[in-house]
Design a protein around this ligand. Structure first.
Ligand SMILES: [Zn+2]
Length: 268
């Protein structure tokens, strides 16, 4: 453990309760090995740490680690990933999201859900296994569709019950077991606002680690139906002129990518 902690060619993503340590200014610069050792102090070899290999960043192997007991290193602060969306590149956002998701999954899957025995790490795999009953657990992912419905130069945006006040976005919902992605798009839009679609077009995806969603973004043309928001999910839904939009998600968020993609298609 101590050798890997001091290797200058390894970058550390240091997490604590789903937050990430970065310089106080919010610049994207991860702690050096020396800073990591200073955070851990002389106890670093006795702390119970699970290290997760995340990938390669700027030519260096990158690891994620959760600090149970810690001192914030001088000049660093723990940031929520949400607060960094507009600061990070897509690659950096995914790297930090992967660290937070793996660490959360690890903490939430200490024991077998079938026979209650401790789960063991599987060497060379991002997975855990129960020795007595052979159950294997992989990190959870929840696929979710995100749909921007359009009609000519208008788009359909909704304010959901969990949205910040005044924010309008595309329609979203989780894919259910036994359902195709396309079926989920039609069902979610029908359920949430009572509208039927055609000309479904896939645009892009986004890893969304809050807590473990994978967003699949679509454009879809309005076909029929009157707007009838489902009150348990949607507090308001309206057609907005593409040149006169309400408060919408910031750049870096898939819903905004869908809106900007449609705006470009119209040449605006
Ligand atoms: Zn078991």
């Amino acid at each position: 453990m101590s050798e890997i902690l001091q290797d200058p060619d390894i970058i550390w993503i240091i997490c604590h309760n789903a937050t990430v340590a970065l310089p106080f200014t919010g610049d994207v610069c991860f702690p050096t090995p020396a800073a990591l050792v200073s955070i851990l102090g002389s106890q670093h070899q006795s702390l119970k740490l699970q290290i997760w290999q995340l990938g390669v960043y700027k030519g260096c192997l990158c690891y994620g680690v959760e600090l149970v007991e810690y001192q914030v290193p001088h000049g660093y602060k723990f940031f929520s990933l949400r607060s960094l969306i507009s600061v990070l590149s897509e690659f950096e956002f995914n790297l930090l999201g992967r660290a937070i998701q793996l660490i959360r999954w690890d903490k939430e899957h200490q024991f077998c859900s079938q026979c209650a025995q401790p789960l063991l790490y599987m060497p060379g795999e991002t997975a855990k296994r129960c020795k007595p009953c052979a159950l294997v657990q992989y990190p959870k992912l929840a696929p979710c569709v995100l749909v921007l419905v359009y009609q000519s130069d208008r788009i359909l945006l909704a304010h959901g019950v969990r949205h910040p006040k005044g924010l309008y976005s595309a329609l979203a919902g989780f894919i259910e077991p036994g359902e195709t992605v396309e079926q989920a798009v039609h069902r979610e839009v029908q359920e949430e606002v009572g509208v039927q679609l055609n000309a479904l077009q896939y645009v892009a995806s986004q890893a969304w680690p809050f807590p473990h969603a994978l967003m699949l973004g679509f454009l879809a043309a309005y076909e029929s139906g009157s707007l009838l928001p489902e009150p348990q999910e949607i507090t308001d839904a309206q057609w907005f002129q593409i040149d006169n939009l309400p408060n919408i998600p910031p750049q870096g968020v898939l819903a905004r990518t869908l809106i900007d993609t449609y705006r470009s298609k119209l040449g605006r």
